[in-house]
Design a binder for this molecule. Structure first.
Ligand SMILES: [Zn+2]
Length: 473
């Protein structure tokens, strides 16, 4: 039996708008007391009318343009009817027949070159509220803060062929959406979550599809799909049938939880929302948004490889976040030694950054470049540079000022070092005798003494030469 895994994803992404999709309520509900960010519109009170948030439409268009989707001039909102305690309207406003964007693709990067994953559609919809289960008290509470928060749903074609590939796709999609500032995609806050469907094709014959709902981490996507592929495979091996079914995923137990057999799409009785006019998107709007698209992560990586000749690893690390990547580019403009900048950023700066919640280094790129130039010119030692960087980072003071104030500049003044060499020789008769008796190691000790006198600022090569000259006389 020759089996192949076939996976498609439906990804829900919370758009980075300040207000909800159809009302002025704040979307900043995370951690807020329950049921505070609500109004008659998002609560679905009779007679309350939705007003479309233009920014949400714009962000959906930006995502669609960056993913190469086709944007029809006409799209509209439909009502998806179903009953659920966290959906007080009794329907969700979504897009069904005429979504805002169709088609598109994402090229997977990685070993073996790009594989194209086709997208089927991208549409706008509102989120529902949240049920908060309280098993100890034997009750479930409803929090409607999330009702009406704008989402885009991105649906892929079943082009993914392994759980690992599905997770990789999701990571890349997340990175693009973050570059575009369409969404923060904070998965812990549920700003990016995904439903995955999987079937096994046996000897080229596509099998029954099952769905896993609400996966909210890359690890969950990979593990849940692996478990489902295994479950289907063992059913087929025992000669049993795979039933059309929906599962949840329990990440703690690492277990699929059967939820329900899937309803047909007809059950939702979609129809055009009579409260909202159809959307008309003209060419000028699309053109304006297309011109404003930032360089996307894969484009950046390709350009950096060409322009900066950096190792792939460096490029991957430094393009992970757009803020970091742009910081790097700015520093390289001022100090055109890409590999040097990369080394310093990856070891020192990202370490300092990791200690904070800041998305970009708070040390201005100009200051960072100033420090690298001082190291490059030999004004300070590399190790001194690390200390200065740390201080500049924490205090926000210019590195030059720190170096001057703390007297950290390297002493390469020969007369000054010669005087100190004489002092060391006078103070260390034992080591001097050892050296003269042929013990080379004693010289190292004397150099150390001299450097100690300068608090490490003496040029070690120069110090060794001056000492040797004196001792050989
Ligand atoms: Zn509201």
């Amino acid at each position: 039996m020759q089996t192949e895994i076939v996976i498609g994803l439906e990804i829900h992404v919370q758009l980075a708008t300040r207000t909800k999709l159809f009302c002025g309520c704040s979307t900043d509900y995370f951690g807020a007391p329950p049921n505070r960010h609500c109004c008659p519109v998002c609560l679905g009170m009779p007679g309350a009318l939705p007003v479309l948030n233009e920014r949400a439409v714009e962000l959906a268009l930006v995502a669609a343009l960056a993913l190469g989707c086709e944007i029809p001039s006409y799209s509209r909102f439909d009502r998806k009817q179903y009953f659920y305690p966290d959906l007080p309207k009794g329907y969700q406003i979504s897009q069904y027949k005429a979504p805002i964007a169709l088609g598109g693709h994402l090229d997977l990067e990685g070993d073996g070159g790009g594989k194209r994953v086709r997208l089927r559609r991208l549409h706008l919809e509102e989120d529902a509220g949240k049920l908060v289960h309280d098993p100890a008290a034997g009750r479930t509470l409803v929090d409607l803060n999330r009702c009406g928060v704008p989402l885009i749903e991105i649906v892929t074609e079943p082009d993914l062929r392994s759980p690992e590939e599905a997770a990789r796709f999701l990571k890349q999609l997340r990175q693009i959406l973050r570059y575009l500032e369409v969404s923060n995609c904070d998965m812990e806050k549920g700003e990016l979550r995904c439903d995955a469907n999987l079937s096994l094709s046996v000897d080229g014959q596509l099998g029954t599809k099952t769905e896993i709902k609400n996966l909210n981490s890359f690890k969950a996507v990979e593990e849940a799909l692996r478990a489902e592929a295994q479950r289907q495979r063992s059913l087929l091996e025992r000669g049993q049938r795979v039933m059309q079914q929906t599962f949840g995923w329990d990440p703690e137990r690492g277990r699929l939880e059967p939820q329900r057999t899937k309803e047909e799409a007809e059950d939702y009785r979609y129809f055009p929302d009579p409260d909202l006019v159809p959307l008309t998107i003209d060419e000028a709007w699309k053109r304006r948004l297309r011109e404003q698209l930032p360089e996307l992560p894969h484009e950046k990586r390709r350009r950096w490889k060409r322009e900066f000749e950096l190792p792939d690893y460096d490029i991957r690390v430094l393009t992970e976040e757009r803020g970091i990547a742009e910081y790097f580019e700015r520093v390289v403009e001022l100090h055109p030694k890409p590999k040097d900048v990369s080394n310093w950023m990856m070891t020192e700066l990202l370490r300092l950054l990791a200690e904070e919640e800041h998305p970009v280094p708070k040390l201005p790129p100009e200051r960072f470049a100033e420090l690298l130039k001082m190291v490059e010119a030999g004004t300070i030692h590399r190790n001194t540079g690390k200390d200065v960087l740390e201080e500049a980072y924490r205090t926000g003071r210019p590195p030059k000022e720190i170096v001057e104030e703390r007297g950290l500049a390297r002493i390469a003044d020969e007369a000054e070092l010669a005087r100190l060499a004489d002092e060391v020789i006078a103070e260390q008769p034992e080591a001097v005798a050892n050296f003269r008796a042929g013990n080379e190691k004693a010289l190292g000790f004397l150099v150390g003494q001299l450097r100690a006198k300068t608090r490490g600022r003496a040029d070690p090569k120069l110090a060794a030469r001056l000492l040797r000259e004196r001792l050989s006389r």
